[in-house]
Design a protein around this ligand. Structure first.
Ligand SMILES: N[C@@H](CCC(=O)N[C@@H](CS)C(=O)NCC(=O)O)C(=O)O
Length: 251
């Protein structure tokens, strides 16, 4: 078992439990590296201006992690440079660098950051396998059913139709699909208030950023999801992340 002790100023001391050492549990090279690395390591978030980049900024702000911001956009060529392509060959944003570690995929970033640094704020994904399954269900549901399968189809074939082609039927079907899946989310959320119950987790970052995307496209949401959004988007770290996610003002 690993424990994290916040030391203030963003530093965290990580140590392994005495019983594990007494039992002679082998500490793998990765785990040792994990133990030795502190929250003081340089962190960089690449990417601004989209709900997917917002996820990365939001989890960093929730956990008060200092980081450098590299404000590249998805359509300004910043994602196509050799420097960025070396970090993320898919040339998509966001990407996180944490010391020597590079993580892409917005949900993976949220889950990495909250797993590694979330203990102090009770934001770690659950350790219990059944609870973890419920947490994973939310994460994959948000990424597949609400994001890739619906919002991103709308993004490509409505907002970016000049690049990806007009597909009005696909856009309409994606909107209907979102409405259907939002109804499922409402049932699963129950009385919440957060997706995992009383504590705010990375899964809430994923759900919120999908729901705000739907609202921007005027997809109607059930009232409980509107109330949920009021709760999650009134968090100070969300507001800070919105600022951090702003593209640079052109001269
Ligand atoms: N599954 C990825 C999707 C990332 C993604 O699609 N990013 C868009 C901006 S929202 C992008 O970089 N698009 C550039 C392109 O398609 O060329 C994630 O969640 O991080």
């Amino acid at each position: 078992m690993l424990y994290q002790l916040p030391l203030g100023l963003g530093a965290t001391l990580t140590f392994i439990s005495v019983p594990a050492l007494v039992r002679g549990a082998p500490i793998g090279a990765r785990q040792r590296e994990w133990c030795m690395t502190s929250a003081m390591e340089k962190k960089t978030v690449w990417g601004v201006g989209t709900p997917r980049t917002l996820r990365a900024h939001w989890c960093m702000h929730e956990l008060d992690l200092g980081y450098e911001r590299r404000p590249i956009g998805s359509r300004d060529g910043g994602n196509l440079t050799p420097e960025y392509t070396r970090l993320n060959p898919s040339q998509k944003i966001p990407t996180l660098q944490d010391g020597g570690l590079v993580v892409s995929e917005s949900a993976a970033i949220v889950n990495y950051v909250t797993t590694r640094y979330g203990a102090g704020k009770d934001m770690q994904p659950p350790a219990d396998p059944a609870e973890r399954a419920r947490y994973d269900m939310w994460c994959f549901f948000c990424m597949m059913e609400l994001d890739a399968d619906t919002l991103y189809v709308i993004r490509r074939h409505a907002d970016l139709h000049s690049i990806y082609g007009d597909a009005p039927n696909a856009v309409e079907a994606a909107k209907e699909c979102f409405v259907h899946q939002a109804a499922a989310a409402t049932v699963r959320l129950g009385s919440g208030p957060y997706v995992m119950g009383t504590r705010f987790t990375g899964a809430d970052i994923l759900l919120t950023t999908c729901l705000t995307g739907a609202k921007r496209r005027e997809i109607p949401l059930p009232e409980p999801l509107n109330r949920y959004l009021e709760l999650t988007t009134s968090r100070e770290p969300y507001r800070q992340a919105l600022q951090a996610n702003q593209p640079p003002v052109s001269p």
